[in-house]
Design a protein around this ligand. Sequence first.
Ligand code: SF4
Length: 342
Amino acid sequence: MEYAYQYEQGPIRPPSEAQSLLLRVTRNCTWNRCHFCTLYKGDSFSVRSVEEIKKDIDGMKATGYYEDCRSAFLQDANSIVIQPSKMAEILRYLKERFPAIDRITTYGRADTLSRIAVEDYKMLKEAGLNRIHSGYESGSDEVLKLIQKGTTKEQEIEAGIRIREAGIQLSVYFMPGVGGKELSEENYRETADVMNRINPDYIRIRTFVPKKGSGIQQLIEEGRFTECTDLEKAIELKHFIENLHPISSRIVSDHIINLLENVKGTLPQDKEKMLEIFEELEGLAPENQRAYQIARRIGLVRGIRDMERLNKEQMQKVLELQRTGEDYGFEAFLRELLRRYI
Ligand code: SF4
């Protein structure tokens, strides 16, 4: 007999959770006001009951699809907001029903994370929570205010210290370009300062691209925010990495939106290697930089050296699009290409 139970799933998960069992603990976002984000617009936040969640876990078990799953991700945007005792109960039940799962992760906002006691984090770790992802985006209070993130640098540091003290892995996100040209230096300096104080396990890069219908798009139209060029955002990332010390975080570039996907590695040993990649980009002639940008934005390459592997047809396509882009307005053209991914 076919099993007909329909369990809920939210719209997103980090790319690193592509193979994970996705369990919806809360719906949508507690904040829903970040100027760069349109994900949950029009949807209100709600907490699901423990009974409902356990029913979903049982429903997933009954499908038989998840027996080999080694990891789980608890959705949606800020599920860590629920009472720690309830979260622990969900974690324990999930582990009991799926004993093969050895990694459970979730998202949390810095303001919420900074209010959770170290003892509660320790209880959650004991119950099975191994990693917390948090979209810090920037460590600058000025930038956080501009993008209406609703968090502060102090909360980011406090959250980071507590999570690390409890022994839970911390994966934070940095958004080069989110302060615009006006706050580019402020953005990389202050964010690097936060990272240097908390030494997160992972720093994930999400280059900023304004979404249609977002608050930042409106600021751009009103002349209150000047978007950095594609290359300027990459150089902001270079300066960010230069300012990271003395930490041992792993820099992860797991999104096609980043211009140089091969800028990744573990600090401090891979720092020079990562910085050399930017030097290579800066050393290219302007027309070759633009050809690389096009090839990257249509998904043909991950790094500059990949250009050598393009065949004749692929190279022709890149050059055609480059000409179109130059007629259209190169940055606007790149933005249109990038918007296919966000
Ligand atoms: S970026 Fe995250 S916290 Fe901000 S509105 Fe979107 S989902 Fe919510």
